[in-house]
Ligand binder design. Structure first.
Ligand code: SAM
Length: 437
């Protein structure tokens, strides 16, 4: 019974958070505002329901609309129906419990009269499931669970790979860690996890996947800086920068420091970690300290990569990492709110910032130096198109071919998001290495 009460409250809080996302709030803020800050299993369940519902929102929203005799104008109530539909389709909770508790939650989310409505809608779904899901397959938004403009863009950019890119964006991501090779070895960390009863396996070059996922701070070795949380695709960035001891390196868009700390794990370089968002810089410092990488030759700077005159000391860099702001279209499985919050016009406005950052950073690179351009996007306008345009206007830039470890799904510099269990299960990043001869 107690479990049932928890389920109803979790459905309600998740529904409020999902409705807030559709009103424009990022999911972490929406969850906090909706009262999801309790700890323990209830928090985990609310997060699972909210993230899962947003991953599959296209289909759930379509079905909920089809089930309603007239459109539900109450956004939290509509979201509650979608949360319950998510559970009926994707969770192991018995259907009668999902329906009973959603009916209870309906009274609190909306009004007592909403109980009968939600009951009727969910029971009709259970009766007519196959026909409803078949109808959903014929609608592109419902079928792919991404906005219409996004589906069209991915399918135009990636005629062959598009459907699997979209499907990977709806998958539950693995809990991927990067081993800090300065502090331990992968074998030692896996042994430490095994001794603590944490199921984990080696993946990628220096990665570990914890399965089933666990709260990070509870994993042994976290406080001692033995690992970072980082997607397997993101773990490919720092090695592509080809750093060596003694180099001067700029990470121009560094917060929260995932790739900057990896660079420091790979070589003793003098690093400038720059970011224009002052509120994100404490995270860089925390990560440097936790990983024991806050060395004297590491500087964390608040500054705008487009305005180098304001922070650059005039000494050229051997390597520049430009992990530019982007739509994040390659990492939607981890941030499913992003696909519903983005607007089509965002792509062009981000492309303008990417162009400006790239142009401003190029003069800071010494002859013979290399710049690695990175996005976590699968849209060509932010990736190959930006690089091609840059090369056309910079005669002193050469694009170099990249090689990836075996098993990494990619097309040129585009890492293809992949939900392959047991393979290189990665987000969708883009990399281009530009050399100044
Ligand atoms: C993709 S995130 C970087 C992730 C980071 N490299 C990591 O691996 O943890 C992009 C970052 O660029 C920063 N940013 C955006 N515009 C910038 C600019 N003009 N100059 C410097 N940083 C900028 C954002 O604040 C954000 O922290």
């Amino acid at each position: 019974m107690a479990e049932g009460v928890g389920l109803s409250a979790s459905q309600r809080v998740a529904a409020l958070a999902v409705a807030r996302v559709h009103a424009g709030a990022p999911l972490p803020a929406a969850l906090a505002q909706s009262g999801a800050d309790a700890s323990g299993p209830a928090r985990a369940l609310v997060h699972e329901l909210a993230y899962g519902t947003l991953r599959h929102w296209g289909a759930l929203d379509f079905v909920a609309r089809a089930l309603a005799a007239k459109p539900l104008t109450d956004a939290p109530l509509h979201a509650l129906v979608c949360v319950a539909l998510y559970q009926l389709e994707h969770a192991r909770t018995p259907p009668f419990a999902v329906v009973d508790q959603a009916v209870n939650a309906a009274a609190e989310v909306a009004r007592p009269a909403a109980r009968a409505l939600v009951n009727a809608m969910l029971r009709r779904f259970l009766r007519e499931r196959d026909a409803l899901l078949e109808r959903a397959q014929r609608d592109p938004v419902a079928r792919h669970s991404h906005p219409r403009w996004w589906v069209a863009r991915v399918l135009a950019d990636w005629p062959a790979e598009g459907p699997s890119i979209l499907a990977a964006g709806n998958a539950r991501p693995p809990q991927s860690l990067r081993v800090n090779c300065r502090a331990t070895t992968r074998e030692a960390l896996l042994a430490r996890f095994a001794a603590a009863g944490v199921a984990a396996r080696a993946e990628g070059t220096c990665g570990v996947v914890v399965d089933p996922p666990r709260p990070v701070a509870e994993l042994p070795g976290y406080a001692e800086g033995e690992f970072s949380v980082q997607d397997l695709g993101a773990q490919l960035a720092a090695p592509l920068l080809r750093v060596a001891d003694g180099m001067r390196v700029l990470d121009a868009c560094a917060a929260p420091g995932g790739k900057a700390t990896h660079v420091l794990e790979l070589a003793d370089v003098a690093l400038v970690a720059l970011d224009s968002d002052a509120a994100r810089l404490p995270r860089v410092r925390e990560n440097l300290a936790r990983l024991r990488l806050d060395r004297a030759n590491v500087r964390v700077l608040h500054g705008d990569a487009e305005q180098a005159a304001q922070w650059w000391d005039g000494e050229p860099f051997d390597r520049i990492l430009a992990d530019v702001p982007c739509t994040a279209s390659g990492i939607v499985r981890r941030h499913p709110d992003a696909k519903w919050l983005r607007r089509p016009g965002d792509v062009a406005s981000l492309a303008r910032r990417q162009r400006a950052i790239l142009a401003a950073l190029w003069p800071l690179l010494r002859p013979g130096g290399e710049l690695l351009y990175v996005t976590c996007s699968v849209f060509r306008e932010e990736n190959d198109a930006r690089v091609a345009e840059f090369l056309a206007s910079h005669a002193d830039a050469l694009r170099e071919p990249l090689t990836f470890p075996a098993g990494v799904a990619h097309s040129g510099g585009q890492l293809l998001p992949s939900a392959e269990a047991g393979g290189h299960n990665q987000d969708g990043f883009f990399f281009a290495r530009l050399r100044k001869p």
